[in-house]
Design a protein around this ligand. Sequence first.
Ligand code: B4P
Length: 193
Amino acid sequence: MLNIVLFGPPGAGKGTQSKKLVEEFKLIHLSTGDLLRSEIQAGTELGMEAKKLMDAGKLVPDAVVIGMIRQKLQDNKQAEGFIFDGFPRTQKQAEALDELLENEGTSITMMLALEVEEEELVKRLLERGKESGRADDQNEEVVRERLVEYENKTAVLRNYYQQQDKFQGVNGQGSIEEVYQRLSASIAAAKQD
Ligand code: B4P
């Protein structure tokens, strides 16, 4: 199986690139951000709790997102592989993911980390906020809080995957197509190993 963690700060292009990569490599796209937004849309209790945190730029509790991913892995037992987009975001989530995949007799192939300068991230997210109506993209303070959460809780995962020799940095600046070509080449190379 080919299991990719697509990593990077908010606005790095994870969601954008995942949608393109899953078509080429026939993988299942699992985005915890999308799953949480579906819960909000459906008006569930979980969605309402998550919304308060997301609108403030905070991460939702580990148990919530781990539970969602566990369910999705159960639902997709025949998959040829997964792209994890926006998950894991904490060390606890990364450990849980390793355990869940081990139970299925598989593991993470690699982490591809999109690297983008901070001011470019803020610009992209505020730009999306104008069109998408996403509350967490509309306020610069919230956008910057998400970047702080990322530095405090998520950036450590670079070390986690480096220690397993699975980390690969990718330049996330340039056009969407240019970034896509870089990611696609890295995955194609990993597939041949
Ligand atoms: P997510 O939905 O994961 O969203 P994101 O990280 O903010 O950005 P995303 O990766 O989707 O956007 P992209 O860069 O593709 O998270 C939202 C919230 O959900 C979190 O803040 C948190 O509260 C919660 N959450 C989700 N997962 C969680 C977890 N595991 N644990 C706890 N909480 C969790 O794109 C951004 C914009 O840039 C787009 O408009 C795009 O068009 C543009 N763009 C992309 N590539 C570009 C390029 N090369 N050039 C110019 N623009 C580009």
